[in-house]
Design a protein around this ligand. Sequence first.
Ligand SMILES: Nc1ncnc2c1ncn2[C@@H]1O[C@H](COP(=O)(O)OP(=O)(O)OP(=O)(O)O)[C@@H](O)[C@H]1O
Length: 568
Amino acid sequence: MQTARVGWVVLCNAKQLIRRQILPTSMYFVPAMNVHESSRGVNAGNTATTGTEPVVIRIPRYMQNRIENVRHMKRKNIDKVSTTKAGRLLIKSRNPKFNQHVGFTLGKFEQPALCSKGWKHNKSCGDYFTINSTQNAPPFVFSDDDNESTGVKKKRTFRDLRLCPELVETLCSHNIIHPTTVQMQTIPKLLRGHNVLCAAETGSGKTLTYLLPVIHKLKEQKLADSETKTRAAILVPSRELAEQVASVARAMSQPFGFSVKVVGGGRGVGNIKLVFAGGSPDILVATPGALVKALRRHLLDLNELSFMVVDEADTMFDPSFAGLLEKILTQTQVASHISDTVGPTQKAQLVVVGATFPGGVGEILSQVTDLGSIVTVRSQMLHYLMPHIKQTFLKVKGADKLLELQQALKEAERGQKGVLVFCNSASTVNWLGYSLEEMNVRHLRLQGEMPAAMREGIFRSFQNGTADVLICTDVGSRGLDTQRVKLVINYDFPECHTDYIHRAGRVGRAGGAGGGEVLSFVTHPWDVELVQKIETAARRRSCLPGMEKEIRKPVPKTDTEDSVLNQP
Ligand SMILES: Nc1ncnc2c1ncn2[C@@H]1O[C@H](COP(=O)(O)OP(=O)(O)OP(=O)(O)O)[C@@H](O)[C@H]1O
């Protein structure tokens, strides 16, 4: 410790002397020695100033090299070199001067030097950088360290959450023993009867977070009242996700024999009627369009619900779905207090779940319940880049993307990984599909413009391993559980942060075998702007900018005629 401090003093002195041009370089470059020798050198130097002998300051070799590096790089400011420390790299770039060490912390007001700074220029094509994974396990898995920090001795289990024993056993049979952090925080609140807005990282187990309390409470209600009616409605944005949530609900509610049904759009009203023909299911998983059709035909009464769940909130509150969602929620009797969720005049508990939140959530929710009644659960790493996922950004010409993709797929094939390739439009998915066909790459395609009958079962086939490559639009980025995917390729760079977070979240999910990789092709100037924001967030270790973490209260209507008229 002592010697290190002395070494630092020596370096500072040397820097000052160099700056003031008092010390010629030949005098401070002394042959190799260790730090102890250097401290002796300082003393020698101090005593020497009294005589006529030249001042000699001895400096260890690693410090000499560092100063020499600085001179070579022709940096104006010697203090900027701190990122060149040895050790593991957080950011590795083609040009080593942009590498950033894991232990390096950027000052609050310091601007990071970005590798992607010049990427709007054509000459930057071929440049790349990687944000390395810095941990093996996802941050949302409840670790022993977390237990220590909260003073709890042993790792928690689902039994500790006071879920009924049948549910705990079913979870155990699926090898799900310990709750994730979001499950730990949210399940008790839902069991108590709160309306909850839950915002947590992609892949952190949000589906079980709401399904377990729903099933637990339905079991209790069915014991008290055996009438057959739909008690829980779960809204999701796509048919694939509806099927996925329904299959988890069926598996979890198997000991209680609950019926779980799906209504999805695109199959005609006849199909929706058929779902309700055999009686109301206990749990209904629906897409908003199909549910509105069912409501118009009085196939379902939302007033009877005990639970209304809105999953993938950022898509559901997006303008494309918001109108439908508003219609559904205004027909639901949502509880405004815990006491409303029990008794003969029971109202529905509202659960809103998502990995990202759009601004409009508050506006819609304020129409159906008191915003103050909603408890918000927000995970610590929300909107951060996931530290267990390796993320590479490659600046590439549009014309070269196909070749780069082919190369990446070849490498993935060797590792027998599932690969998701994201495009921004249905036409690119089709075009890319034909191109890969010509290259004899076995793949599946999924995009929103496909007829429902054609779309049916594609994701299931991918999950079953029919092909290792799935080319898709953002239909595939929301909520789909892709345990077998180890590589996500952004063939087209996503148009916003939210899409980037959801796409990257298809790898490194809870219950999976560790991390995964994301490879993004960066082509357009607008892609570069988003990459620069991502790179800055990675270098600062901060969350991505401009994403909602709270429900924004609706802006009160001010200066209305009423308020003017009501003035004394
Ligand atoms: N406590 C747990 N322990 C182990 N695995 C779990 C646990 N909870 C959930 N999982 C598994 O984690 C995976 C991801 O869960 P889920 O799809 O619910 O994540 P999510 O948070 O809804 O993701 P997204 O944001 O993409 O919708 C699933 O395969 C699920 O079975």
